[in-house]
Ligand binder design. Structure first.
Ligand code: UGA
Length: 433
């Protein structure tokens, strides 16, 4: 096999497009297929449909090697390694919806020259089921660990590459490994089920870390400790590590909520009650709602109060609003009778009808003008740059800030006369005492 292996990508969403552009950057011809003609047409014109730092440039730079198509035949006739990157959203039962994966499997020809390389996050056991049905096609599990907002950098510098395959697909797995070789990351070569579990267990563990530190934050508020200091002190223990110990108003996004619930559900379906994950999910749901209590503590009833939400995207540097905490908050606030204004630098278009009832603001200042309180939901860097002690202070009707990400300078805000509520940071009275 030549150094430059043509790569097929099926499903050009966020994972598919980053994967396609990444392999093109490594010098491979990439045949990327999506069923949505308008998406493919846009990509052919060089328009990138998602906000992901560095992705526009990568697509533009590698335009000659990126072949976007709606035709599965074009992919299959040009590439043998077919990276499956279609979505697997949660169903109402909490299981993963595998209908897009099923469609891809149906479309595969009966070729022994091809392998399906599963990047989509699927329940443990999916690979085995597919292999039973399509024994002639090779199968490799190669789960995705990219973070939105840092996906291009993550593709180029992965912590590890996981390649799972049975003995019958060992040659294909070798070829997948080879594709990633220039990145110099450790490769975990394993069986398919273990690779599938590595993905779910990694996300579930990271979500557990977040819910854990959020509970420490909540207790710290009661006991007068500062969770930022606590996390710093904990994180220096090598066994704990400093990452994913940022307390906040709960995790969101298309991955953690879905994958934690999928793993819990999967365990349940097999007869095992995964008690810890039930708590991780519950803590996260409650964490989103604690903000309402913090607002009520200072404002009393929220009826007719003007609340400004800064940030809508589930995290900065993305326009993804799936499972975004801001959506839950906006609807809870509307339910309490408050008026909600919301501003986000990039994600407002993506929200569409999801924000019905709330007012979309054209700038942070517009959202804050006349507000009774501000809730910082997403830690976009530009929110730190606002003139909090000058313009913003003058604009707000009541200087109350609930900082859902412990992102702002609490001392400066308090000194300027704000009532500041962070997450797991001592309240003003405790500091003064
Ligand atoms: C996550 C994983 O980090 C990736 O490794 C994985 O590939 C991806 O899911 C996936 O399965 O596709 P992502 O959802 O893009 O990536 O974003 P993260 O940076 O992990 O953040 C997830 C959520 O946790 C965000 O809402 C963020 O605000 C929150 N978070 C993160 C915290 O509240 N505290 C932290 O310390 C870290």
């Amino acid at each position: 096999m030549s150094e430059r292996e043509p790569v097929g990508v099926i499903g050009v969403g966020w994972v598919g497009l980053v994967t396609a552009a990444g392999f093109a950057e490594l010098g491979h011809e990439v045949y990327a297929r999506d069923i949505l003609p308008e998406k493919i047409d846009a990509l052919k014109r060089g328009e990138v449909p998602i906000h992901e730092p560095g992705l526009d440039e990568l697509v533009e730079k590698n335009r000659d090697r990126l072949h976007f198509t709606t035709d599965m035949g074009e992919v299959v006739s040009n590439a043998q390694l077919l990276f499956c990157c279609v979505d697997t959203p949660p169903t109402y039962s909490g299981d993963a919806d595998l209908s897009s994966v099923e469609r891809v499997v149906e479309e595969l020809g009966e070729s022994t020259d091809h392998a399906l390389v599963m990047k989509s996050t699927v329940p443990v056991g999916t690979g085995r089921t597919i292999q039973r049905r399509r024994a002639e096609v090779g199968y490799v599990s190669c789960p995705e660990f990219l973070k939105e907002g840092a996906a291009v950098a993550d593709f180029m510098n992965p912590d590890r590459v996981v390649v799972g395959a049975g003995p019958e697909s060992a040659d294909f797995a070798d070829r997948v490994e080879k594709l990633y070789e220039p990145l110099g990351a450790p490769v975990v070569r394993t069986d398919v089920a273990s690779a599938e579990m590595i993905k779910l267990a990694s996300n579930a563990f990271l979500a557990t870390k977040i819910s854990f530190i959020n509970e420490i934050a909540n207790v710290s508020e009661e006991l007068g400790a500062d969770v930022e200091e606590v996390a710093r002190g904990m994180g220096l223990d090598e066994r704990i590590g400093p990452h994913f110990l940022r307390a906040g108003i709960g995790y969101g996004g298309s991955c953690f909520p879905k994958d934690v619930s999928a793993l819990k559900q999967l365990a349940g379906n097999s007869g095992y009650h995964f008690q810890l994950l039930s708590s991780v999910i519950e803590v996260n749901e409650l964490q989103k709602r604690r903000t309402i209590g913090k607002l009520q503590k200072h404002l009393g009833s929220l009826v007719d109060k003007e609340i400004a939400l800064l940030g809508l995207a589930f995290k900065p540097h993305t326009d993804d609003v799936r499972e975004a905490t801001a959506l839950v908050l906006a609807h809870r606030l509307l339910g309490e009778g408050a008026s909600v204004r919301i501003y986000d630098p990039v994600a407002l278009d993506a929200a569409g009808d999801l924000l019905a009832g709330a007012t979309i603001s054209g700038s942070a200042e517009q959202a804050l003008d006349g507000a009774d309180a501000c809730v910082l939901v997403t830690e976009w860097p530009e929110f730190r740059e606002l003139d909090w002690t000058g313009t913003v202070k003058d604009l707000m009707r009541n200087p109350l800030v609930v900082d859902g990400r412990n992102f702002l300078d609490d001392e400066a805000l308090r000194a300027a006369g704000y009532t500041y509520e962070g997450i797991g940071r001592p309240a003003a009275s405790a500091v003064e005492a």
